[in-house]
Design a protein around this ligand. Structure first.
Ligand SMILES: [Zn+2]
Ligand SMILES: [Zn+2]
Length: 375
C-alpha cells in the first residue's frame, strides 16, 4: 500500500532541501486551499487536505524527516507516523492556521487548555476635523475617546463577588468541548462559557454581566504641522483594553481638513484664485493677498493670460515628512466687466480700433473653428 503513496516533498510541492519556513508556507497554502470548510462535501479536497497534513507532520519533524529521506515511506514504520492518518496532528498546527479567520476556532486556536488566551485589545479610530490654519501651524487638542474598560466591580468576571460564578455545565469547567467533524477530531472553545470554564449565575450589578463598562477618557493629542486629510496619528495602547491580561490596542486619530474658503491644498502646495480685470491683466498689477504668513503683495506681470499663475515660494504647507514648505500658487482669473459704463465702452471701442489684430491667438480660435463648420 505504500507503493501508491506519493512522495511527501511532491505533495507539498517543495524541493528536498526546503527549510522549515518553506515547508510551513507550502503546507499553509495547501491547507487553506483544501480546507473542508472551504470545500464542503468535496471528497477529493478532503483527501488532498489529509495528504498535505500528513506530509507536513512528517517533514516538520526532524527525526521523521531524516528517516524518510533515507528510507522513504518504509523508514517511518515504527515511528508512528505513517500508520494511517493521525487527526491529532492537526491540533498542533494552530500556529500555522490559527491566525486565519475561522481556523483558529476550528483548531482550538491556542485556547486549548480551556482558558481564554491573553488577547490584544482592538484598535480604535477617532476622526478629527481641523482647519487648514491648524494644519499649517500644528496644534494640541484634547479629545474625548469612548472605550470599553474592564469593570472595576467584578474585575472582568461579569459576576457578583461571592457566589456569582458556577462551573460550566456544558464543558464541566474545562473550557473546551471535543467533537468530530468529518474526519477531524476537533477541540473547540466551549460556546456556553466562552472558554472560561465558568458561567455567571448572579451578574455583576455594575456592568450587568457584560464584564466591561463604557468609559470616556480625555486624551491630549499633539498634531504636527503639515498633516493632511487621511493622516493617521497613532497613540500607542490607547485603544480598546486587552482581554485576559493582553495589551491594549492602539488609537488612531484620523485627520480631516475642513474646506477653506480661499485656499485649496494639493500635496504640499496651496492654490488660490485672484480675480483681476482686463486692464490689470493687460498692464500688470500688484494685488494684496492675505496669506497664512500675513499680507503678501502678488506681482501680476504685464499681459497676464487667463489661467496663468504666480508662484510664491515657501508659502505652502509645512512638509510633514522632511523639512521646508511647499509653495503657493496664485491663479489669475481675468474678469471681463459684466456691464460697461458709457465711458468704459468708449475706451474699449478705441482699443478695438487701435490694434484690432494684436491679441489674436497663434492657434485658430474657437470661433474660427466653429466658422469652418458653417461655411
Ligand atoms: Zn463551558
Ligand atoms: Zn462588573
Amino acid at each position: 500500500m505504500n507503493a501508491t503513496k506519493r512522495d511527501y516533498y511532491e505533495v507539498l510541492g517543495v524541493g528536498r532541501d526546503t527549510d522549515d519556513a518553506g515547508l510551513k508556507s507550502a503546507y499553509r497554502k495547501l491547507a487553506l486551499k483544501y480546507h473542508p470548510d472551504r470545500n464542503p462535501d468535496n471528497h477529493e479536497a478532503e483527501e488532498k487536505f489529509k495528504e498535505a497534513a500528513e506530509a507536513y507532520s512528517v517533514l516538520s519533524d526532524p527525526q521523521k524527516r531524516a528517516a524518510y529521506d533515507r528510507y522513504g515511506h518504509q523508514g517511518l514504520q515504527g515511528l508512528g507516523a505513517s500508520q494511517g492518518f493521525d487527526p491529532s496532528a492537526f491540533t498542533d498546527f494552530s500556529d500555522i492556521l490559527g491566525d486565519l479567520f475561522g481556523f483558529g476556532d476550528l483548531f482550538g486556536g491556542g485556547r486549548r487548555g480551556g482558558r481564554a488566551r491573553a488577547q490584544r485589545g482592538e484598535d480604535l479610530r477617532y476622526d478629527l476635523e481641523i482647519t487648514l490654519e491648524d494644519a499649517i501651524r500644528g496644534l494640541s487638542v484634547e479629545i474625548q475617546v469612548p472605550r470599553m474598560d474592564v469593570c472595576s466591580r467584578c474585575r472582568g468576571t461579569g459576576a457578583e463577588q461571592n457566589d456569582g460564578l458556577v462551573s460550566c455545565p456544558m464543558c464541566h469547567g474545562r473550557g473546551e468541548v471535543i467533537y468530530q467533524q468529518s474526519f477531524l477530531q476537533i477541540r473547540r472553545t466551549c460556546g456556553q462559557c466562552g472558554g472560561r470554564g465558568q458561567i455567571v449565575r448572579r451578574p455583576c450589578t455594575q456592568c450587568r454581566g457584560e464584564r466591561q463598562v463604557r468609559t470616556e477618557r480625555k486624551l491630549k493629542v499633539t498634531i504636527p504641522p503639515g498633516v493632511d486629510t487621511g493622516t493617521h496619528l497613532k497613540l500607542a495602547q490607547e485603544g480598546q483594553t486587552g482581554h485576559s491580561g493582553g495589551p491594549a490596542g492602539d488609537l488612531y486619530v484620523v485627520i480631516k481638513l475642513k474646506e477653506h474658503p480661499i485656499f485649496e491644498r494639493h500635496g504640499d502646495d496651496l492654490h488660490c484664485t485672484v480675480p483681476i480685470n482686463v486692464a490689470q491683466a493687460a498692464l500688470g498689477a500688484e494685488v494684496n493677498l492675505l496669506t497664512f504668513d500675513g499680507l503678501e503683495t502678488v506681482k501680476i506681470p504685464e499681459s497676464a493670460q487667463a489661467g496663468a499663475s504666480v508662484r510664491l515660494k515657501n508659502l505652502g504647507m509645512p512638509r510633514l515628512q522632511g523639512s521646508g514648505r511647499g509653495d503657493m500658487f496664485v491663479h489669475i482669473d481675468v474678469r471681463v466687466p459684466a456691464k460697461l459704463t458709457r465711458e468704459q465702452r468708449k475706451l474699449f471701442e478705441q482699443l478695438r480700433e487701435t490694434r484690432p489684430a494684436e491679441n489674436e491667438p497663434h492657434e485658430k480660435g474657437l470661433i474660427d473653428k466653429v466658422k469652418d463648420y458653417f461655411m
